[in-house]
Design a protein around this ligand. Sequence first.
Ligand code: ZN
Length: 215
Amino acid sequence: MDAGSNQIDSRWVMDLFRSVGVLQEGHFLLTSGRHSARYLQCARLLQYPAHTAKLCSTLASFFSGRGVEVVVGPAIGAIIIAYETARALGARALFAEREGGRMCLRRGFSIAPGEKVLVVEDVVTTGGSVREVVDLVREQGADVVGVGVLVDRSGGKVDFGTDLAALVRMQIQAYLPEECPLCRRGLELVKPGSRQLPGETRGPCSRKGDAGWKQ
Ligand SMILES: [Zn+2]
C-alpha cells in the first residue's frame, strides 16, 4: 500500500473526533492570540482505549508488510499512539523525549542499527518534533520506513524524506482578531476546553491541564 495516499474514508475518523471532543467547533481564542473556528485536542481521544486502538490499527495498516520492528514517537502526545500502533504491528514501542532541548531516547530505550522504524505522532503542523525523531532514528543507523500521524495539519507542506500516512488531513485557519469573520458574526469567543461534553466534569488542575500537549 502506498503510505503517501489517503486511502481510508476519513469521515468516520472526523465523526469520532467530534463525538469525543477531539475536534471542537465554535469560536476559539488560541494561545497565539489568534481566533479560529476549530480546535484539536487529541489527548481527549486517548481517554478511550477502544477508540485509540481502532485508529492506531488503521494507521498501522498503512505500514503492514513493511517489517516494522519499532514504533517511536515524541512524548507526551505520541506515547500511547506508538504503543497501540506497535501492538497492531507486533513491534516494540518506544518514545523519545527532550533532554536539554534535544530529542533523545532515555530510560534504557535503544534502537539497533538496521532496525525498521515507524515514527508516529498525534498531530503534525510544522513537523518539527517528528523531524527531530526521524533524525534521531537515523543517527542510530536504523531505517525509517515512514511517518504515521492521526492528523496532518500541514497542508502538504511537511516532507520527512519518507512515506507519510495520515488518517485525516485538515487545515485549521487562525485569524487575527481584527480580521476574524467569527467576531464579525458576533459569535461568543471561548478558550478551548472551556466547554465540557455531556457527562464530563472539569479536572481540578484544568488551567494547567494542557502542559506538554500541543494544542
Ligand atoms: Zn474572532
